[in-house]
Design a protein. Sequence first.
Length: 289
Amino acid sequence: MAKIVFAAGVPHAPAIVGQFDHAPDEVKAVVTDTFEAVKQQMYAARPDVLIVFANDHLANSRVRSYPDFLIGTAREHRGPHSWFKPWIGCRDYVAKGNPDVAKALFRGMTHRGIRMTAKAENLNFDDNISVPVVMTDLDQSEIGLVPVLQNCTVPPYPDQYHCYAVGKALGDFVRNDLPADLRVGLIGSGGLSHEPGGARYYKIDQEFDRAFLQLTTQGDHDTLLKEMTPERMDTAGMGGTAEILAWYPIMGAIGECTGEDFGYSGWPNFRCGIGGVIWDLSTSKQHQH
C-alpha cells in the first residue's frame, strides 16, 4: 500500500506574492512562516507525488458544462496562464507531472463512485496552483504534481459532506491502488475568507477564519462538517470563501488529525484571510492502522 506522508491546507491569494513587499512586517511573517513550514516539512517527508486540490476560477471549463473535479494528467504543468500573470505577479514555472498517478486517480475514483474529469493538455492555472508551486519551489524539485481543480464557484458545487467523502475515497485509493513504495503528499489550496469583486472586497471575516483554523487544527471533523457549511462560507465572503472546500478532500483522506497553524493575518490589502495548516499524520487513526 502507498503511504500518505504529508498533508497541508494553504491559502493561495495572489496578493501574498504580488503585494508581499507592501505588507507590514507582522503580516509578511505569517506568509513566510506558513510557507516555509510547508516547504520544509513537505521536502522532509520525501513525497514522490503531490496531489493538490485547488479551485478552478472559470478558466478551464464552460459554465454550462462544468466538472466538479478536473484532473490534470499532463507530463508537465506550466503556469501561470498568460491572462493571470499580471494579476498574480509570480514567475513562470514548469512543474513535473505524474501522468501514471493522475490517470490511476481518475480510474480509482470512478471505481469508487466519484465522478471526475481528466484532461491531458496543460490546464490554465491561476493562483490556485501557481501560488503553492512558487511558494514551495515545487518546480525546482523532482516531485510529480497531480493537480485536481475543484468547482467551488458554479452552483450547485459539491458541499462539505461530498468533498469530505471524496477525501475518504482518495485515501482509500492511495492506500489500495497505488504502488506499495509510493510516497504521497496532499495539499488543499484555497481561502480563507474573501469576497472577490463584491461589496465586501476588503472585508475579512476574522472570526470565521479563526474558528475554521481552530477546528482544522483540532481535527474535530464532526463539528467542522456541521458548522462550516457553504451557507456559512457565503456569509464570510460570497464567491471566495468556499475555496476552503478544497481542504476537505485532504481532511477526508487523512482522517481526524491534529495539526498546526503558523499564524493568521486579516490584513485588508491582501483582500483574503491568510493562514495555513499542516496536519500531524501520526495522530490519525487511519495512519496508526
